[in-house]
Structure formats: structure tokens, C-alpha cells
Design a protein. Structure first.
Ligand code: GLN
Length: 430
């Protein structure tokens, strides 16, 4: 299908479906024009015919990039993030900006200042977050692919709840230039798509070293090798719903039948992931948001933000103040290092690790959840961010009509292995 036909189809679907689902915060009024222009090109790029939705914390020139917050309500980005430049260069079309938890703080999509997004697959339930709109847009058929950001699970968690594929690349694989960070030492931009192949193609386009992000690295990671001799490590974490674990175990058994070598492995300190993650995020978020002082962009964040963002700002300020004694941030960094080493060690022995994406099911929109319960829903996704390794969530099936995701994780820069196993799992089917 040419880009013009696709864009028309999606604009129509957005017009019909967005009111109910609350996925798009801004639609690109030039999308059709841009599609016609790429269709006319004699030599077309690798993303010709792909239509993108973008999480609202990634800058796209001229569009409203409000980070799901009233703080940046009327903010139109004056430039394109590196990932957007790369997508445009390969003739991808950006159709609009997607809903998200405010400043990417959340796991349900409910902290957006513009109202929660609905889960298109499970009416009345949360879509997951913070890239709530990104997963929902793909699941609802409002775009081909979406970009999200993942600090502790924000791509994989909604991908799991909405039944799509979501990739968190190794730290540094994708430039963060133009991303409004939640936590700069953990964030990665990644892709959400209907298939592993599409997620991989887009990641291949957006990755690469960028001098505007000093943490970005060169990598030939996406070369897919042979899968025959792959060794898989199964990680079990306490607190996972047993039906979810059982479903994932069935998928692993299927791999075994294909000749994969499977063994159980242990990451000793994985249970500390959530406690380790939050002090780091609070402190880095606090420091990163000091620029939202109401002078240069939008409103002063402390005055105009929602409850969860304020909690992190106040908490981050406390942590930063106590830091001269090395009480929180430094200790969290030490445990981060420990977990990183543990992953490195087990990944000497196996090529990929498999575990569920979320320990439980999506909850009812608006349900009264305790902060600790919400934080705990990322217990299985946070470890990959702490260790800087890559992880993809792919659909593992459904339980009581709710999509369930499973994660394939591999070492830093080992996206090739991760995709090979994810592709094999998709090939075998459910
Ligand atoms: N839910 C986690 C948090 O609130 C993860 C967010 C994210 O990955 N951006 O921090």
C-alpha cells in the first residue's frame, strides 16, 4: 500500500476511534501531504509505507510534545529528535503524538493530564504505561508502528497488556537526543509494533551513535545469527501470578521441542530491583526537571504537575539533599552494579533469558491502587534497565481474554540473539 492510502486509512480510523480510546493527543495535519511527497520519490527509503505514532516526550518539529503534562501544554517542538530525523530520512510518516503517563512517570497511563487511555484489547482496563498511547495505537490499528521510551518497563509493560511487541534496546543503542528523559542513566527509546520483524526493522533504522548523545554507541547488534544452538535461561521471580508463569513455561517448552537447551538460572538480587530503581529515578528526575522552572518552557513544574510527578520531585529533592552521606543514590548505584554483574555472569552461560513481562494483569481503569502496588508491577521489567541489557516483550497468549506478554532478554548489544529467539517464538506461534 502506498503511504497516501495508508495515511488516509489511519486518519479515518483515528477520527472514528480516538474519542473513545484517548490515544492521540495531537494529529499531524500535514501527514497526507508528506505521504504524497514520499510516494512520488523515485528511490524510496526503507520505511516507505510505514506510518508512525510517537510518544509525546519525543520531539517532533512543529508538533505538540507535551509529555502528557499541563506543564508543557502548548509546547511545540522546535526541532526533530535524532530518531525522528532517521525515520524521515527513510520515508516513514509521522501521523501524530500519543498519550502517555505524565513525564513517563507511571505504569498504567492514568497519570496523563489529558485523561487515561483505554486498553483497546480489554475494554475498561488500563493499557499499561507509561507508553500507554504507543501500545494502544498499534493494538487499535491506528498506526503501523510507534515509538516509546522505557526507563523501567514503559515500552514492555503496555506492549504486554495490549498484546503487541515492544522492544527496549540496550542502553546506548539509540540516541536520546530530543527525548525528555525520565532518568537519563536508564532511558532508551524503542519500538512497538505488531510483529517482531517490524519492530526490528524500525530499531535498525533508529539506532546508532550520535554525537549529540554522548552515551550512544555504535553497534552491529541487529545481525541475526543461527538459532539452533541457542541456550535459554529461565528466570523465576517471586510474586508472579501462577497462571502467567505457566503460560510462559508452555512457550519455553515449545522452544525445547525445537532443540533449544533450556535451564533455570538465578539472578540473586533481582528482588531488589524495584527498591534500587526508584531512588535513582527520583533523584535523576528531580535534577532533570529543574529546567521546567516556568521561565523557558511552559509552566513551573512544581505548580502545574500531577500527584505522581510531584511525589518524585519532592522525593528526589530529599534524596539529593541526603546524598552527601551517600545514603540513597550511592547505595542504589551499588546494587545496580551488583545486578549488572549478576546478569553478565549468567549470560556467559546462556544466550538469552526468558521471563514474563508483568507479574499480574491489567487493572480496572480508575481502580484505587497503592503506590507500592503500581511500582511493583514493573518488578520484572526494571532489571533489564538496571543492567543496561536489551529486552523485548512479545505476546505469549491470553488468560481470561487478557493479553499476556513474555520477555526475551539478552546481553548488552546482543539484540541479534534476542530477536532471533523472539522470531523463533513467533514462528512457532501460540
Ligand atoms: N513505571 C515505571 C516508572 O514509573 C517505569 C516508567 C518508564 O519506564 N518510563 O518509573
Amino acid at each position: 500500500m502506498n503511504a497516501e492510502t495508508k495515511v488516509k486509512k489511519y486518519l479515518d480510523a483515528i477520527r472514528k476511534g480516538n474519542k473513545k480510546l484517548n490515544i492521540f493527543l495531537h494529529v499531524n495535519d500535514k501527514a497526507l501531504e508528506e505521504a504524497k511527497a514520499v510516494d512520488k520519490k523515485s528511490k524510496k527509503g526503507r520505511l516507505h509505507g510505514y506510518v508512525f505514532g510517537i510518544k509525546s516526550n519525543i520531539n517532533v518539529k512543529g508538533m505538540i510534545c507535551n509529555c502528557g503534562s499541563k506543564v508543557l501544554e502548548d509546547y511545540r517542538a522546535p526541532y526533530d529528535a535524532t530518531v525522528i530525523e532517521k525515520i524521515r530520512k527513510e520515508d516513514g510518516i509521522i501521523i501524530g503524538m500519543l498519550n502517555m503517563d505524565e513525564f513517563a512517570c507511571g505504569s498504567s497511563g492514568e497519570s496523563s493530564a489529558y485523561g487515561a487511555t483505554q486498553n483497546p484489547r480489554v475494554p475498561g482496563k488500563i493499557p499499561g504505561g507509561s507508553s500507554s498511547g504507543s501500545a494502544a495505537a498499534v493494538a487499535a490499528g491506528l498506526c503501523d508502528v510507534a515509538l516509546g521510551s522505557d526507563t523501567g518497563g514503559s515500552i514492555r509493560n503496555p506492549a504486554s497488556y495490549c498484546g503487541v511487541v515492544g522492544v527496549k534496546p540496550s542502553y546506548g543503542l539509540v540516541s536520546r537526543y530530543g527525548l525528555t528523559d525520565l532518568s537519563m542513566s536508564l532511558d532508551q527509546i524503542g519500538t512497538l509494533a505488531n510483529t517482531v520483524d517490524e519492530a526490528m526493522l524500525v530499531l535498525d533504522v533508529i539506532r546508532g551513535k550520535d554525537e549529540r548523545d554522548p552515551k550512544s554507541v555504535d553497534s552491529s547488534a541487529l545481525k541475526i545469527g543461527k538459532t539452533e544452538a541457542m541456550r535459554i535461561g529461565v528466570v523465576r521471580v517471586s510474586g508472579v501470578d501462577k497462571d502467567i508463569q505457566k503460560l510462559v513455561d508452555t512457550r519455553v517448552d515449545n522452544l525445547k521441542k525445537q532443540g533449544f537447551k533450556v535451564k533455570e538460572v538465578e539472578i540473586k538480587h533481582i528482588d531488589l530491583a524495584v527498591q534500587t530503581y526508584y531512588p535513582l529515578v527520583y533523584a535523576e528526575f528531580f535534577s532533570g526537571t529543574r529546567r521546567f522552572d516556568g521561565r523557558r518552557y511552559g509552566k513551573k513544574i512544581d505548580d502545574a504537575c500531577g500527584e505522581e510527578v510531584l511525589r518524585r520531585i519532592l522525593g528526589g529533592s530529599e534524596i539529593t539533599r541526603a546524598e552527601f552521606t551517600g545514603k540513597y543514590y550511592k547505595r542504589a548505584l551499588e546494587v545496580k552494579e551488583l545486578i549488572t554483574e549478576e546478569f553478565k555472569e549468567v549470560l556467559k552461560d546462556v544466550d538469552c533469558l526468558i521471563m514474563p513481562t508483568c507479574p499480574g494483569f491489567p487493572w480496572k481503569l480508575g481502580a484505587a491502587m497503592k503506590v507500592e502496588e503500581v511500582y511493583a508491577s514493573d518488578a520484572l521489567t526494571i532489571p533489564a534497565n538496571l543492567a543496561g541489557i536489551c529486552a523485548v516483550s512479545i505476546p505469549a497468549g491470553t488468560i481470561r481474554e487478557m493479553p499476556i506478554g513474555m520477555q526475551v532478554m539478552a546481553g548488552k548489544g546482543d539484540e541479534g540473539k534476542m530477536f532471533a529467539v523472539a522470531k523463533e517464538l513467533s514462528r512457532i506461534g501460540l
